[in-house]
Design a protein around this ligand. Sequence first.
Ligand code: NHR
Ligand code: GAR
Length: 221
Amino acid sequence: MTAGEPAGLAILISGRGSNMQAFIDACSRGDLNARVSVVVSNNPGAAGLERAAQAGIATRCIDHRDYASREDFDRALVDCLDEYPVDLVILAGFMRILTPVFIQPFSGRLLNIHPSLLPKYPGLNTHQRALDAGDPEAGVTVHFVTPELDGGPPVLQAKVPVLAEDNAESLAARVILEEHVIYPLAARWYLEGRLKLEQRGATLDGELLPATGIPYREGLD
Ligand code: NHR
Ligand code: GAR
């Protein structure tokens, strides 16, 4: 997938969609040899749906409240993605925990970005938890998605300092700038065939990645 046909991305969102926008921009700049095939939200009010539609991208809303179980919701998601060319699925601020019904068919081609230095703070409210713990630094991790919540093998991790005057909002604003850089980079490695999920963990160019992923630094490509 290095040269030739652009790959198809499916992006799952629940909210604002700034990471989604970073992917749209990376595709139009040519940083990624890919197209966004579809943007799916579980939340009809997600602002990102509007942004995607404005960019001419197909949008779908699958409201989890319309389904009796998580499995039924996940089946509807799988059926939806089956209508589009999808080489890689990007969770971008997607707020529903997925079951194996969704994860299995996309195993190895499903990435998430989680706003903490995993394995610290899986789950929700990560920035407040880092502040409450008095951590000197915070950050964000791109990882392969497995059934274990925020527990799949990390790929890339960026750190930011925590400042004395920070609150959750100011810290989140510093972290999200890093998100927009590392997430398309991880996707590029995947689409170039360099990044893989193997039995032993995530590998880049055949080398097993460290347990917290590759530490991001400028110029890394
Ligand atoms: N699903 C699996 N199986 N594994 C992962 O690693 C996943 C996942 C689904 C989403 C994103 C994750 C994050 O980066 C993600 C990773 C939602 C929740 C959650 O508690 C937690 C973590 C993440 C996403 N969701 C509640 C639920 O009941 C709803 C919360 C809400 O709607 O505000 O699904 O942080
Ligand atoms: C991002 O900070 C992302 O890491 C986080 O939500 C924000 C979404 O922003 N993801 C999660 O917390 C997943 N549970 P965006 O909609 O502007 O991309």
